[in-house]
Design a binder for this molecule. Sequence first.
Ligand code: GDP
Length: 359
Amino acid sequence: DETEELFTIEESLKELAQLADTAGLMVVDSTYQKLSTPNPRTYIGSGKVAEIKAAINAYGVETVIFDDELSPGQLRNLEKAFGGNVRVCDRTALILDIFDQRAATREASLQVALAQMEYQLPRLTKMWTHLERQSGGKVKGMGEKQIEVDKRILRTQIGVLRKDLESVRKHRKQYRTRRLSVPVPVVSLVGYTNAGKSTLLNQLTGADVLAEDRLFATLDPTTRRVQMKNGKEFLLTDTVGFIQKLPTTLVAAFRATLEEISESSLLVHVIDISHPLAEQQIDAVEKVLSELDASSIPKLMVWNKVDKASNPEEIKQKAKDLEDTICISALKGSGLDEFCNAVQEKLKVFALFVYILFI
Ligand code: GDP
């Protein structure tokens, strides 16, 4: 995957540790191994398994997280190898945990629950084969039957969730259609998680949107009306943050939420310019945008956190030389006038379009 290669293994693991921290876990150690192909049984080699097992015992580790998606079989074999109560999970499961903790609206909760069940479905075998082993194979076949029963229950639940979700979405769509009948342009904030989207939204509108130094502080799209000094208005929507290796199942789960993005008049791509991986993060976001067919929407690049950068003057000059690029500090509130002017400039095209529609 192209985006994955943009991040080195160390960088990706560092982000994984940050995700774990966001989920409320304390990270004690991290390690990796370079193999030409992953071990089909345990993903990592047997030597590495032993090394991790030693670390588990030394630190009293409860959870081992893998940065890549593990197959159900690998997950099972690793849990067996690490023994007892150690939970093995992958990036997808970790992100699902975080989403679960953060879902604030009914739609988000339903989306997360659905994604979790779909993730569990192929992994269901675990518990029952375990029982079979315990009984010394006496109940052989019984586990298999039980798995089928469980899968059926899970599928039924998935069906119910899908229906619920559909009705919630219908509701939101009606609301959105009503909103769209008023010609107020919609501006969507997009960007890597933690870039400062919520902070910018708060600064511009006084809305009290949760802004935290955590990954995925925002899960639900929040829309606020922003009034500019000249009295003109636009709607500003804060969306879920993007992240590299955002599992495709999750992109799919949040597709409906992200649909708002593809219906916007303007995208404001917020970038943490003080971040050493700013460029890679930009690419990761652009990749998701193209997956959402949103690449053709007009865009404004906002270099945020310039106050935090080591060379702010240099960055400001560079932004000036580039087209459609504004330098701000959402936290300190600097550059916001310039930002609003740039948004207005970009929306002039929209106003013209609406005008044509109305004559
Ligand atoms: P989001 O995930 O993109 O919505 O990011 P948030 O708005 O939650 O911000 C993430 C973190 O970055 C928070 O701790 C903010 O206080 C911080 N932050 C946002 N903007 C700035 C800025 O301009 N300068 C600095 N130094 N920190 C900022």
